[in-house]
Design a protein around this ligand. Structure first.
Ligand SMILES: Nc1ncnc2c1ncn2[C@@H]1O[C@H](COP(=O)(O)OP(=O)(O)O)[C@@H](O)[C@H]1O
Ligand SMILES: [Mg+2]
Length: 364
């Protein structure tokens, strides 16, 4: 393990819960190690409210995050017994602070300056994967379907569900023309309500929501909002399901436990509708779940309730730890970009063609 070449993947998703770092081997592909480094609470709050910051504050945050990522990458290598010379490349997603593919000027913004990492580790860093997709007319998201096809493309058809801040699915497998899209909230609303009513970052194990009763009628009513019936490709900014959504649609649920149960049920119901409406019936057999939401047992229980005919499995059954999957994908995307290879599934984003996503920052 000490001498082989590795590629690092760095992912910080819409939950802004922290930075996940993983080390992968490219051939044959395997996740060798991963760890989630939680952001300090103040940093998380700042990131979640990044749209209220001034340009100077955003610029400073871009450098602060880049420096933090470099420090955490060094710590990760030390903790897992790797040395910097083994690292062939880094694929870094960056922190999304705004996603506006439908604005007058389509745009998306991921921050964290990659020069810190490149100079500290002495290897190229590939970052900023989304802009080229936007320029090609795509949503800039989801990018995971390429990775899902890479891992699952030759197996029996499956639905892959990631429960990060936002929930997205891909459909992959032998004979499937892979596609994917954002389906709705995953943990954004749950995390906000947890912070507000229980002063906790998230509902660990789904224990709090398990104590409540979901308002299933409310969830059903909300599913009539246009986004849920809109045909893919489609993507979401986390603020689509932020504080305003929570207060507009859920303030009538007074008991905080019932509120969490309702939010967990609503999340499951969004996935249920997306699968039923947009995934061909013959592929509705197995759903493989990744992302931190997989640890929320209430959410998973509701998921099997809304999709009783589908087998639900966590991604570790296929050798990929649920919280490592997205960082592993960006390690692969970075490696492919460096080798001038396509790392893009335009079918999932609506871009007019596949391209090589990412920008390279060299160490020298
Ligand atoms: N043990 C757990 N129990 C319940 N929920 C969890 C647990 N661990 C993580 N989560 C949820 O997963 C979220 C982070 O998931 P992650 O896949 O890292 O999302 P993102 O890609 O948006 O960063 C947390 O904000 C939390 O809501
Ligand atoms: Mg995360």
């Amino acid at each position: 393990m000490r001498n082989q070449k590795i590629v690092l993947g760095l992912m910080s998703g819409t939950s802004a819960d922290g930075l996940t770092i993983c080390a992968v081997r490219i051939q044959p592909f395997a996740v060798l190690a991963f760890k989630n480094y939680a952001y300090p609470a103040a940093l998380q709050q700042k990131l979640l409210r990044a749209y209220t910051l001034s340009v100077c504050e955003v610029s400073a945050l871009h450098y602060d995050l880049g420096a933090l990522y470099a420090r955490l990458a060094v710590r990760f290598l030390k903790e897992f017994g790797f040395n910097a010379k083994q690292v062939e490349a880094v694929g870094m997603h960056g922190q999304t602070i705004y996603h506006g593919p439908h604005d007058k000027t389509p745009n998306t913004l991921q921050i964290a300056e990659p020069s810190f990492l490149a100079l500290k580790l002495g290897c190229p860093v590939v970052s900023d994967f989304r802009p080229a997709d936007i320029v090609l007319g795509g949503e800039g998201a989801p990018l995971m379907p390429f990775f899902d096809e890479f891992i699952f493309g030759k197996k029996a058809p499956k639905i892959l569900l990631n429960l990060g801040g936002i929930a997205n699915i891909s459909v992959e497998g032998k004979g499937v023309k892979s596609f994917g899209f954002d389906v709705g909230p995953a943990n954004t609303l749950l995390d906000l309500a947890c912070r507000k009513y229980f002063n906790k970052a998230f509902d660990k194990g789904g224990r709090l929501s398990a104590k409540g009763t979901p308002d299933k009628n409310k969830a059903a009513r909300l599913l009539s909002q246009p986004f849920f019936s809109q045909k893919p490709p489609k993507s979401l900014d986390r603020n689509a399901f932020g504080e305003a959504y929570l207060s507009t649609h859920f303030s009538s649920v007074k008991n905080p436990y019932d509120l969490l149960a309702t939010l967990a049920y609503f999340t499951a119901a969004c996935v249920g509708k997306a699968v039923t409406d947009f995934v061909p019936e013959k592929y509705q057999k197995e759903l493989i779940v990744s992302g931190g939401g997989v640890y929320n047992k209430t959410l998973l229980r509701f998921l099997s309730e809304v999709l009783p005919h589908v087998k639900i499995t966590a991604s570790d059954a296929y050798g990929i730890a649920p919280q490592a999957k997205e960082s592993a994908a960006f390690a692969l995307f970075g490696y492919l970009a460096l080798h001038h290879k396509i790392n893009h599934c335009a079918r999932a984003t609506g871009a007019c063609k596949n391209t090589i996503l990412g920008k390279i920052t060299y160490a020298n």
